[in-house]
Design a protein around this ligand. Sequence first.
Ligand code: SF4
Length: 380
Amino acid sequence: MSFGLYVHIPYCQAKCPYCAFVSYPLGDAPLDPARYLEALLEEARSHLPEWSEGVASVYFGGGTPTALGPLLPRLIRGLWDLFRWDGVEVTVEANPGTVDERSLTALLEAGVNRLSLGFQSLDDRLLQTLGRVHDRAGALEAFCLARGAGFANINLDLIFNIPGQTLSSWKATLEEVVELAPEHVSCYALEIEEGTPFEAYRDETCDDRAAEMYHLAREILREAGYEHYEISNFAREGRACAHNIIYWESEAYLGLGAGAHSHRPLGPQAARWHNPPDLNDYAQSPGVAAGRTELSVEECVAETVFMGLRLIRGIDLVRFRERFGWPIERFYAEELEHLVSQGLLAYGEGRLRLTERALAVANQVFVRLLEPRRPSAEGG
Ligand code: SF4
């Protein structure tokens, strides 16, 4: 079985006030990073030999993996000794404030071939609002350092609909990003997460402004030659993120680390499970899941549909039928008819996809597809 390997690093330089990920500032973490990395390796060993073959991509996310400094390339080598991946995309997420020439070179030497830099914005005022540890100059410098070190595949993460952000500030950030010519750009609307200090901004975010910013990003990035291949992601030809495509196509992935999620697709062992988010609970028994759900056929269908529709090319209908034994209409007769008649979904070239109009309101479509019906034995 081929699978994506995700490794969660729950440390950052500082906690951004909008962030609800499992992450702690390095100086104030409940567990020492060296002990956490030992636990990670122990967990990795516990999944062998079951998950020993077929690593299709590797992704170090967080948190800020590069906040670990020289411990990170050491961890990557330790995991490689166990999984022995070869010729696959290996991504590390990095915060511009946490890299220099030496650390970037060490990552390349450890086999990392894709860097995902959390720019978020190139407007200093907004970076301050977001509580980022880097400023605009730091972001630009990190990009130049990464290119100089030899990274030929770089993603830049951007956030829009930030409180106080104007359309012209967003446009300026996008235009500067295009000039840098990264291979991949991700643009996410700011989500106000419960329990974060950003809850105070809840009334300041605006759906209409978010939609306007989203359309502007599509326009600028597509004009600059990026393919819009997923709701929030844009790539140069051949540079779509192989790891994330595994999620969007509901394939298998194994998540290592505190709070990491794993998934086995449709089959006798279809399931999803996750590790405990608490660092000490995790390190006490690495590899023991905190929660596990065996997936029914209907749950696998729903997951395949709402994840697959995130891809602009949509769902391959022949593949869907091969996977589930029935055409998609047998699970969602009325819903599909309704969404197509509303101009939110469209058929074409053997696929079902969101229409342009639906891209900015995709959640309204997904919510109607959460509960597929089990098809009866008659019909085809
Ligand atoms: S750097 Fe990323 S993971 Fe860390 S606190 Fe900020 S947003 Fe969260």
